[in-house]
Design a protein around this ligand. Structure first.
Ligand code: SAH
Length: 216
């Protein structure tokens, strides 16, 4: 996507802006990543609408404006090493790959990991490592991280992930007691203690412990 924006692209960017995505680096990263390859199938023709859509394994590709708000809150820098829990379609991952030095993305569904790997191979994106594992445990071998983003909802931020965040680092995730009431929050790890900021209410699939079986 370059040169003149099509009407569809202009509407897409307008939806992001009107939902509070104003960071110019985030907007240009999102302009440069076509959402369509990450949607595919029945809903491909709705790729540029600001709505979540179903993907394989009973999961969802997030709403673009929520992806934008999460990325904006994460304040990724060009030297950042980022951990993403919940690869899903890989759409959020692709946007992070434009902004960060290196991204590690984890999902508990083997099939989603393989599909994302294939898309990234095709798009020739090389600064992302995908892993089939339980993200609630983080990635101790690669820790610590400058930024951690969780794209599934937990009751509380998982303790291993807080431990794997650098001092000065930022974590963004949805938290909530139920599937209906969740809040997107930003956590900054300070020299002493954690600083919490609420961003907005959201609705995500749950963060589940353990690996999914291949039939799930
Ligand atoms: N940002 C993604 C959202 C995917 S939905 C997108 O826009 O496509 C959330 C994903 O979190 C699902 O793929 C689900 O399998 C994954 N997930 C849930 N619990 C997990 C866990 N413990 N470890 C890793 N991934 C998990």
């Amino acid at each position: 996507m370059s040169g003149h924006l099509s009407e569809t692209q202009m509407k897409f960017i307008f939806a992001l802006r009107s939902n509070g995505v104003i960071d110019s680096q985030v907007l240009s990263a999102m302009e440069s990543v076509d959402r369509r390859p990450f949607v595919r199938g029945h809903f491909e023709n709705r790729s540029y609408e600001d709505i979540p859509l179903p993907i394989n394994c009973g999961q969802t590709i997030s709403q673009p404006s929520v992806v934008g708000l999460m990325t904006q809150a994460l304040q990724v820098e060009s030297r950042s090493k980022v951990l993403e829990i919940g690869t899903g379609s890989g759409y959020q991952t692709a946007i992070l790959s434009r902004l960060a030095r290196r991204v590690y993305s984890v999902d508990r569904h083997r099939r989603l990991v393989t599909e994302a790997q294939n898309i990234f191979h095709h798009l020739q994106i090389f600064n992302v490592t995908f892993l089939f594992s339980d993200g609630t445990l983080g990635l101790p071998n690669q820790a610590p991280f400058d930024r951690i983003i969780i794209t599934a909802a937990a009751e509380d931020p998982p303790t291993p992930l807080l431990a794997q965040l650098k001092t000065g680092g930022v974590m963004v995730l949805p938290v909530g007691q139920s599937n209906i009431i969740q809040n997107l929050i930003r956590i900054e790890k300070q020299p002493i203690g954690l600083k919490y900021t609420e961003i907005r209410p959201v609705r995500f699939v749950p963060l589940l412990e353990g690996l999914a079986s291949d039939s799930e």
